[in-house]
Structures are given as C-alpha cells and as structure tokens.
Write a protein that binds this ligand. Sequence first.
Ligand SMILES: CC(C)(COP(=O)(O)OP(=O)(O)OC[C@H]1O[C@@H](n2cnc3c(N)ncnc32)[C@H](O)[C@@H]1OP(=O)(O)O)[C@@H](O)C(=O)NCCC(=O)NCCS
Length: 181
Amino acid sequence: MYEKDVTLNKQTTIHLRPGETRDFEMLWTMLSTLSEDSLQFLHNRFIRDEIETGMTHIDYDNLLPIVAVVKDQATGKTRIAAFATLGFQRGESRKHRAEFDIIVHDSYQGKGLGTVLTQHMLDIAREKGLKKVYLKTNTGNQRAIHVYEKLGFKIEGKLIMEHYHYLTQQYGDDYRMAIIL
Ligand SMILES: CC(C)(COP(=O)(O)OP(=O)(O)OC[C@H]1O[C@@H](n2cnc3c(N)ncnc32)[C@H](O)[C@@H]1OP(=O)(O)O)[C@@H](O)C(=O)NCCC(=O)NCCS
C-alpha cells in the first residue's frame, strides 16, 4: 500500500516507499541542494544533525515519511527526488487528522511528481481511516496552492505573520489548507 512505482512524462520511473534510516545521506543530499527558489517556501532551516536524528529514530505511528526514489540517468546513482510526510495527531479529539508536508527537489519540479506524491499521501491517509489532512503553505506559494486545490484541498484561513524566514529575514503569512477525506 505504501509502495508504488510511477512514471513521469512517460520516461522517468519513480519508486515511492516509506523512508528508512539508511536513506539519511540521500535525503541530506536532496535537502542541502535545494535552490533558494524552493527554500523561500520552506520556513525551517535544515540542520544535518536534526535530520539525522529524525531519520535514525523514525516512529511510523508518529510521522510517516515517504521518499520518491529515482535512478539518476546521468550518473546511474539512486537519489531522492521528493520527500513527503504525514504527521499523525494524538488524543481522541485529534486522531482523525494528519498534517502533510512535501518537498520536490528542483530538478524534478514541474513534472507531475508533487501531484502524484500528494495523491499517494492522501491515499495512505484514507487507507488508515483518517478523516482530514491539513497543511500550512506560504500565501505566495502559487504552485503548491495550485497542486493542493487541484486535489481537493480548500483554504481554511489565512494566518498572519505566521512564520519568520531565515533567508529573507522577514515575517510572512501562511494559508492553512485542508481536505476532508
Ligand atoms: C510545490 C511542489 C511540492 C509542487 O510539486 P511539483 O512536482 O513541482 O508539482 P507538479 O509538477 O505536480 O504540478 C505543478 C502544477 O503547478 C502549476 N504551476 C506551476 N507554476 C505555477 C504558478 N506560479 N502558479 C500556479 N500554478 C503553477 C503547473 O502548471 C502544474 O499544474 P497542472 O498539473 O494543473 O498543469 C514543489 O514545487 C516543491 O516542492 N516546491 C518547493 C518546496 C515547497 O514549496 N513545498 C511545499 C510546501 S507547502
């Protein structure tokens, strides 16, 4: 259920599967080579030690990481093209929902991977019996908003001055978006 092969543009085969501890170096390579265009929409700075700790102690009941793995045609090496998470909530009043996050590496953006991976995470959420998936996105992140709305997410509200960005050194607004499954 959590594993799937998808073909982008009828040529690139991507394998979606749960992330594992052994993926840490590949994941770090992906995160540490994102462009500023991508980083402007990712509000937390990536710190190698923190990512390593997270990948060493994966608790799938708490946070499900899914990696999109691809064989790079130029180098023949396997790499992570995208990474998404579902953060499960605890407690009787919140356990019907999960928080979603996604990053597609620049070299794979605009090829349909973000759409496919988001849909895959929604399929997993449905399979797990969840009722709601939600996220926060920068109000200026038109591409992400387009993908989410295309798949059925709706804007629930605007959160003013919700984040401070270490790159721009500015405060910014987010939308909270959600889909009822
Ligand atoms: C946002 C992100 C996940 C989307 O993934 P992706 O693989 O690039 O998206 P896809 O190729 O599946 O789809 C992109 C869609 O956005 C559309 N799009 C591209 N630029 C756009 C823009 N400026 N405004 C509106 N829509 C835009 C494309 O036309 C396409 O829509 P279509 O499928 O209806 O034609 C990815 O670009 C990303 O990770 N960006 C950096 C990090 C980030 O923003 N993460 C999300 C945090 S909430």
